[in-house]
Design a protein around this ligand. Structure first.
Ligand SMILES: Cc1cc2nc3c(=O)[nH]c(=O)nc-3n(C[C@H](O)[C@H](O)[C@H](O)COP(=O)(O)O)c2cc1C
Length: 192
């Protein structure tokens, strides 16, 4: 009886470890902070998303488009593209620039190997603005573009408006309803 209980416990633990490994292998998640503007609020929000994923036990890659110094297909771009090819799920944190997404983000998509980077993948969208819309329009534009390159977009798109008021001195959002909305969005995306 005792040895059966021990065996059962070991088997359950082994199953848990295997399941966790499978989740990690199956889902490589990349968060894209969708601007090349230095000191952007978008990058701060994207860093907070990465920290929340980590708290939930999931490793994520955080990509800032700040490193895309040029708009050409150069070795830097190709190194980034190679990590995007290995990604199954993308989180786009995207600022509102003149009522839409930043040009650098569209350039990233336009220059990439569409079939191998985007086709059949999944995405979660978060908009960031100092204005009141939280980039609602930009997220709709991005949804259209991503659907065109055969990416399935999660319906829970989160507009984060007046971001300059929400971020504290350390560049972190502490507002409870916003944190709650981010957590719900991430939990849904992990299951997606
Ligand atoms: C080129 C540019 C255009 C912008 N256009 C808008 C806009 O249309 N609506 C808005 O609410 N904020 C606009 N903003 C302000 C951004 O919402 C604000 O900078 C916010 O912090 C997100 O951008 P960031 O990640 O670059 O900081 C604009 C900022 C820049 C740099």
């Amino acid at each position: 009886m005792f040895s059966f209980i021990m065996w059962h416990k070991c088997a359950t633990q082994a199953k848990l470890v295997i399941e966790l490994l499978l989740v990690k292998i199956k889902y490589m998640i990349t968060i894209i902070a969708g601007t090349n503007r230095k000191g952007s609020n978008t990058l701060k929000v994207a860093e907070q998303y990465a920290a929340i994923f980590k708290e939930k036990g999931l490793e994520v890659q955080l990509v800032s488009l700040e490193r895309l110094k040029s708009l050409e297909r150069n070795p830097d771009f190709e190194a980034l593209e190679s990590t995007l090819k290995q990604t199954n799920k993308f989180v786009f944190v995207v600022p509102e620039y003149n009522g839409s997404i930043p040009g650098i983000l569209k350039m990233l998509i336009d220059q990439s190997d569409i079939k191998n980077v985007w086709w059949g993948k999944k995405a979660l969208l978060t908009g960031v603005s100092t204005g009141r819309a939280g980039n609602l329009r930009g997220m709709e534009h991005l949804t259209g573009i991503l659907n065109y390159v055969k990416v399935v977009v999660h319906p829970n798109k989160l507009p984060i408006s007046v971001v300059d008021k929400l971020l504290n001195g350390a560049g972190i959002i502490t507002d409870a309803p916003t944190i709650n909305a981010i957590n719900n969005q991430i939990d849904e995306f992990i299951q997606f």
